[in-house]
Design a protein around this ligand. Structure first.
Ligand code: UFG
Length: 327
């Protein structure tokens, strides 16, 4: 399939681009490099462009005969979105509308959209995991921007015959086995890369946002999903998209780990103590997000290969040790 991946030079996007190429698809990363890294995209596969640029998108769709779009490009930090809602709505909603319009005008009728577990209301104490139909309560501007676009895509599907799959990621993390491609954001806000900055000697302690959440140890629980397992789900999902057909999948392992459990696992992987400092809660955070990904397993035959948090952190540690300053 001929695919354009917006945000294809980002952490998840570039992993999916490399996986699609390995599996025989013709894919291009379309990225303005405001957050992504050209080094993460295989040679000849990067198109530098903005999703705000309608004419460039139309030119690329026609020249490359694009059949499907995977839409990764977005701002992704929950906490930051509470401080900068305008930027999140501009980039994640307004620019995405431009992309959708260019797709419709050029007859591109298949789409995969990177949504998030943050659209869900937090899990109750007795609920094991979030299914695709669990109640939604997008709290932060980031989560709301993703939820709004989910709805917009659905409306475009009904009116214009767009076939789409929404993938709701839990917490993407880890690096490839060879330690060549890993997680790098500037500024970094994600837990695992920040924790690993302590053994790298780049920070003295890890700040823990909140210790009074209704979870067993009082810190937030997340479902950490290895980026290569995420990528595998994308390939299966895009191959199953059909015009005018809609689907939704959660992508997570079904295991929840608290912030303190992640730190402990990182201490074991790195073989050193990681000092902790408890800080106030971060705006927009939800207490517990754990995936029920049975639908993905049953419908698309997906199984995560990485389910142990220590093993996942070990892949990240290999990359961060080899690239202490990122790409
Ligand atoms: N955390 C800390 N200290 C830090 C950084 C994070 O305690 O220095 C905590 C957060 O408060 C949160 C947990 O670690 O409880 C995970 O935080 P991340 O920033 O790593 O990830 P988020 O859960 O906030 O968000 C990530 C992605 C989103 C995605 C979401 C899905 O950034 O795009 O996972 O669950 F939507």
């Amino acid at each position: 399939m001929k695919i354009l991946a917006t945000g294809g030079a980002g952490y998840v996007g570039s992993t999916v681009v490399r996986t699609l190429l390995q599996r025989g698809h013709e894919v291009y990363a379309y990225d303005n490099l405001c957050k992504g890294y050209k080094e993460s995209v295989p040679a000849g596969r990067l198109i530098i462009g903005d999703i705000n640029d309608y004419h460039k998108l139309c030119t690329v769709f026609k020249e490359k005969q694009i059949e499907a779009v995977m839409h990764f490009a977005s701002y992704i930090a929950v906490g930051e979105s509470c401080e900068k809602p305008r930027e999140y709505y501009d980039n994640n909603i307004a620019a995405s509308l431009n992309l959708l319009d260019a797709m419709m005008d050029c007859g591109v009728k298949k789409m995969l959209f990177s949504s998030t577990a943050a659209v869900f209301a937090p899990l109750g104490d007795n609920d094991p995991a979030l299914t695709e139909d669990s109640p939604k309560a997008p709290d932060s501007p980031y989560a709301f921007s993703k939820f709004a676009l989910e709805r917009i895509i659905d409306h475009y599907s009904k009116a214009y015959g767009l076939g789409f799959t929404i993938l709701r990621y839990f917490n993407a993390c880890g690096a490839d086995n060879d330690g060549c491609f890993g997680e790098a954001h500037d500024p970094e806000t994600h837990l695992i890369p920040l924790v690993l900055q302590v053994p790298l000697g780049q920070r003295e302690f890890i700040g823990v946002f909140g210790s009074d959440y209704p979870t067993p140890d009082g810190t937030c629980v997340r479902d950490y999903i290895h980026v290569e397992d995420l990528a595998d789900a994308h390939v299966r999902a895009i191959e199953a998209v059909e015009p005018a057909k809609a689907d939704y999948f959660n992508i997570g392992t079904g295991n929840g780990n608290s912030v303190l459990e992640v730190i402990k696992a990182a201490e074991e992987v790195c073989g050193c103590k990681i000092p902790v400092k408890f800080l106030p809660r971060r705006s927009g955070d939800t207490s517990r997000l754990v995936a029920g990904a049975d639908k993905l397993r049953k419908q698309l035959g997906w199984t995560p290969k990485h389910t142990d948090i220590k093993e996942i952190i070990a892949t990240a540690w290999k990359w961060h040790k080899a690239h202490p300053k990122g790409y």
